[in-house]
Design a protein around this ligand. Structure first.
Ligand SMILES: Cc1cc2nc3c(=O)[nH]c(=O)nc-3n(C[C@H](O)[C@H](O)[C@H](O)COP(=O)(O)O)c2cc1C
Length: 485
């Protein structure tokens, strides 16, 4: 038995040797037959093994081990304290510090995060209670078990879940959480036979009590100027049915809404969705060129405050994706660290800051980054990958090809089986609660009673001289309405 196995292995190696030496595609294999495969294996495995053996705590991207571990511990509700001292290099250019006060608040003086009313003039406004919410990830990009876990976890945590651009699936509804229904450029779930916006389908969605708001997806941080992309390997019969897609073909959404080519048409579209649904309506965008925002705000002023979107979801270019071309992910769009202060300032300058709520996303997965975003002016924080990590994501970087080892971005039954929705919903809940708790902890040190009282003066950033400067001096606060004079 053993002997015949050895003979088989030997035969296979001889065949491989002959194949390698005569093929022309890989020089390494032509020159080093058989043994050359070790190089390819090492290249494949390197991306996964580096994080365990070689990388230090603060060097990996998109998220380093320190960030991932914080989320894992928060989600598991295990101790997130450390001993000896910080491993963060707090002196490098761009590092941030929060400004503490000599007499911090006593814990009992801390106020809970207040609820915020969005779209007060809508027939059905939405009172959002959670600072931290689940960003858009469609059924298709992520598995049904992942959606079930997120939806049940969001219900426990009292936060919203954005459906992503794939429409509303039964799994989104299962957990009973508040939903933000996203309308992507392909209008999956909301389009008629010709691909136009279907009033009937919008009404049907708006009649679902769990659906609290509608978000028009202009763009996503990781791929500005490109529509949603779902590779054929991830289109199951059920996903195809919900989206109205054929099987076996990659699904590429239009890279823009055909009917939205300027600010005026954007406001028309917002108004159309809002008047059909009666629910707060806003849009998601990644900023690059700021100039259009001035024109956009001026158009709102011309039409009247009622015409404004009820919220803007600002995604940073550092945002995640289910699938996107490298050149867009790496190079196009501005990171949230630059675009958020700009958006907030422009809204303040036009006197629109109170009218339009700002939801920020882009690697805001730990307490420090949430506090940074609130200090700059965000009303709410959205996260996609923070919640993926809470579900057990190991940053294998395979979201696009249906082989996610943790069952989050795959429809493979065996891989999905690894993700138990009931258990992981508790992780989602605990992640939100521990994140909020530690945001509160920083607030105490800075002497503010409510996270949204944080201001730019509470953040300092290390400059090129090695000393820190206040964020307020880099982005001076605007006077409300100053651009209207
Ligand atoms: C697997 C996956 C699927 C996503 N699907 C969508 C989507 O359908 N619509 C959308 O607007 N953004 C989508 N995004 C982007 C996220 O909603 C979010 O804006 C971005 O990842 C930034 O948040 P993060 O840094 O916390 O992940 C997706 C992201 C991931 C990782």
């Amino acid at each position: 038995m053993v002997a015949s196995l050895l003979i088989l292995i030997l035969l296979a190696l001889i065949v491989l040797f002959i194949w390698d030496i005569f093929q022309k595609e890989h020089s390494v294999l032509r020159t080093y037959p058989v043994i050359g495969h070790v190089r390819y294996l090492a290249e494949d495995l390197g991306v996964y093994l580096r994080q365990y053996f070689y990388s230090n705590d603060r060097e990996e991207l998109p998220f380093n081990r320190a960030e991932r571990s914080w989320v894992y511990r928060a989600a598991k509700n295990t101790d997130n304290t450390i001993g000896f001292g910080s491993t963060r290099d707090a002196r490098s250019i761009g590092s941030i510090y929060f400004v503490d006060v000599p007499f911090p608040l006593l814990y009992q003086d801390a106020a809970h995060t207040r609820a915020v009313l969005i779209g007060p003039e809508c027939a059905q406004p939405y009172t959002a209670t959670s600072l931290i919410n689940i960003s858009a990830m469609s059924y298709g990009a992520i598995s049904k078990n992942a959606i079930k876990a997120l939806s049940a976890g969001a219900k426990l945590a009292g936060c919203w879940m954005n459906t992503g651009e794939g429409g509303i699936s039964p799994y989104h509804l299962e957990g009973g959480c508040d939903l933000i229904a996203q309308i992507g450029t392909a209008k999956f779930g909301y389009r008629d036979e010709e691909g136009n916006l279907s009033e009937a389908k919008l009404k049907e969605a708006a009649n679902i009590p769990q659906v609290k708001m509608f978000e028009i997806k202009l763009s996503q941080g990781a791929k500005p100027g490109k529509g949603g992309l779902l590779l054929a390997s991830k289109i199951t019969p059920e996903v195809a049915k919900i989206r109205g897609l054929p099987m076996g073909k990659d699904s590429e959404s239009p890279n823009r809404f055909p009917e939205i080519a300027n600010s005026s048409q954007l406001l028309d579209f917002v108004e159309k969705v809002r008047s059909i649904t009666g629910k707060p309506t806003g849009f998601k965008v990644v900023l690059g060129d700021y100039d259009w925002l001035h024109g956009f705000c001026q158009e709102i002023i011309k039409r009247g405050f009622h015409s404004a979107p009820d919220f803007i979801t600002l995604d940073g270019s550092e945002g995640g994706t289910g699938a996107a071309p490298v050149s867009l992910v790496d190079y196009v769009g501005l990171p949230i660290t630059e675009s958020l202060p700009a958006l907030v300032d422009i809204l303040v300058g036009y006197g629109l800051r109170e009218r339009i709520k700002v939801i920020a996303s882009g690697k805001l997965i730990t307490p420090s980054m949430v506090v940074w975003a609130l200090s700059v002016g965000a009303d709410f924080i959205n996260s996609a990958r923070g919640f993926m990590l809470a579900l057990g994501c190991i940053q294998a970087l395979r979201c696009h090809n249906n082989t996610c080892p943790t069952g989050i971005t795959t429809h493979n039954r065996w891989l999905m089986r690894g993700l138990d929705p009931a258990l992981k919903s508790t992780r989602v809940y605990q992640y939100v609660k521990n994140l909020e708790y530690e945001v509160g902890t920083i607030c105490h040190s800075c002497g503010v009673t409510e996270p949204r009282q944080l201001q730019r003066k509470h953040v300092r950033i290390v400059s090129e001289h090695g000393t820190s400067v206040s964020l307020e001096s880099i982005y001076p606060n605007k006077t409300p309405g100053e651009f209207l004079k």
